[in-house]
Design a protein around this ligand. Structure first.
Ligand SMILES: Nc1nc2c([nH]c(=O)n2[C@H]2C[C@H](O)[C@@H](COP(=O)(O)OP(=O)(O)OP(=O)(O)O)O2)c(=O)[nH]1
Length: 134
């Protein structure tokens, strides 16, 4: 029996060269050092797109709008007693330059390059889908 489902929103920010931004989870967090899509937990009563816009401001210092967040795919994975539902959006339009405000580094990669990176287990099935989509 699961305690609860954890809803997480994340985004593939895609630049003009078809590269996607990944951030390195910082040392003090669970899954430290893994490369992930920017995003985070949806708070109680919060709309997913609002949560993602908030996370992008907090984590990268950039602004975007709900109209620029295209639903892309999702991941479903067990995290011990909780179950993770990760909603992945694609975004090609934002304001500002992403900065590593809450992580240990940023890198722009082509989707196929993600196969060689250490990413959270839930993200692995998303790579091939992104590769086909972008
Ligand atoms: N942001 C993000 N989280 C991911 C990805 N893949 C994946 O399994 N996760 C998991 C890791 C965490 O268990 C959860 C996100 O929680 P988090 O702690 O980073 O979220 P948050 O930014 O809201 O953090 P906090 O307020 O609790 O500090 O989702 C991903 O690609 N991006």
């Amino acid at each position: 029996m699961l305690n609860s489902t954890l809803t997480v929103v994340a985004v593939a920010l895609v630049d003009s060269q078809g590269r996607v931004l990944l951030q390195k989870r910082s040392a003090h967090r669970a899954m430290a050092g893994l490369w992930e899509f920017p995003g985070g937990k949806v708070e109680a009563g919060e709309r997913p797109e609002v949560a993602l816009i908030r996370e992008l401001k907090e984590e990268l210092g950039i602004d975007t709008d709900a109209a620029c967040l295209a639903p892309a795919t999702f991941a479903s994975a067990d995290l011990g007693e909780r179950h993770l539902l990760l909603l992945l959006y694609v975004c090609r339009k934002w304001r500002g330059t992403p900065e590593p405000l809450d992580c240990d580094g940023l890198q722009w990669v082509r989707p196929h390059q993600m196969f060689a990176l250490d990413m959270p287990p839930a993200d692995k099935p998303l790579i091939g889908l992104l590769d086909a989509l972008i």
